[in-house]
Ligand binder design. Structure first.
Ligand code: GUN
Length: 293
């Protein structure tokens, strides 16, 4: 059994990006600049955005965190997006999700200039991804592809089962794993909350990608021997014995599933750190494309 070490691989990627940034600086050019908009003060979202900003510092990017109150109206957020779209100093930006209920998420994501949409959430970029055109791939699916690639996991002709149909992970993942190319060329089933008898499906899978958000959902008796398991779950579970009062728990019963797996991602230290590294990669790409436009 091999652990797909996202912490290590993401560090390698950050070092590769830092080398490119150093070369940009040596030429006296402006370094990539990422902005992140966060509406409200949800603890998990603040943690994620904080990690994104720290990662920017680590590789030598400029970063800007835009914090707006929970009561921000849709119009106010759209105005802020317009500002960021028109700010030439900013190469890419993200709107941290989820947004408060008074704001229409899809409308907001559609207002982001596709050339700055480093999350790959704009329909233009999502459509390009589905059509195998070069574009920003959403950071979490992109990170999973990168892990599979760097560990040389064979996906061709394999049966991949994705659990969860979110726009951020499950849906794009199902598209990417079925595309021509590698990693990809899998036969894919996308399962979700209305799927009947899910164990009968997961037990047949060569690769299971779980992005459900239900701690310890995937048990050892739901997978076959030799399975490749990618755990995207990062749920905070209350735990008084921990200084923070919670532990981050994945969708997979790691202790038992890992005994049957050929490759498996841990939580934490698997997919999570990869997401941030790939956001940086998309930001570097945004800068390059904007300069060449
Ligand atoms: N919320 C959870 N995951 C993500 C992500 O990848 N990007 C953004 N913007 N918000 C998120």
């Amino acid at each position: 059994m091999t652990i797909l070490d996202g912490k290590k691989v993401s560090n390698d990627i950050k070092n590769e990006i830092k080398t490119e940034v150093d070369a940009i600086k040596a030429k006296g050019e402006r370094v990539p600049h990422l902005a992140a908009v966060i509406v409200g003060d949800d603890g998990a979202s603040l943690t994620y955005v904080g990690s994104k900003v720290r990662a920017c510092e680590r590789v030598g990017f400029e970063s800007t965190m835009v914090r707006l109150p929970y009561t921000t109206s849709e119009i106010e957020l759209l105005r802020k997006i317009d500002e960021l779209n028109n700010n030439d100093d900013i190469d890419g930006f993200i709107i941290q999700l989820p947004l408060p209920p008074q704001i229409d998420t899809q409308k907001v994501l559609m207002a982001v200039d596709p050339s700055k949409d480093v999350d790959g959430f704009h329909p233009e970029n999502f459509g390009k991804m589905a059509l195998d055109m070069s574009t920003f791939i959403p950071a979490t699916p992109f990170g999973i592809l990168e892990l599979l690639e760097r560990y040389k996991v064979n996906t061709k002709g394999k049966y991949t089962v994705v659990i969860g149909r979110s726009h951020i992970v499950g849906r794009p993942m199902s598209i990417l794993m079925s595309r021509k190319g590698w990693p990809g060329n899998s036969t894919v089933t996308l399962t979700h909350s209305n799927t009947q008898n899910i164990s009968e499906i997961t037990i047949q899978a060569d690769i299971v990608i779980s992005a459900l958000g239900v701690p310890n959902f995937l048990k050892a008796d739901m997978v076959k021997e030799g399975v490749v398991v990618i755990d995207v779950g990062i749920t905070r579970v209350a735990d008084d014995s921990h200084p923070k009062g919670y532990v981050i728990t994945g969708d997979v019963d790691f202790k038992n599933v890992s005994k049957k797996a050929s490759f498996i991602t841990p939580v934490p230290g698997g997919v999570g750190p990869m997401t941030i590294a790939m956001l940086l990669k998309n930001t570097l790409l945004a800068r390059t494309q904007r300069r060449n436009a």
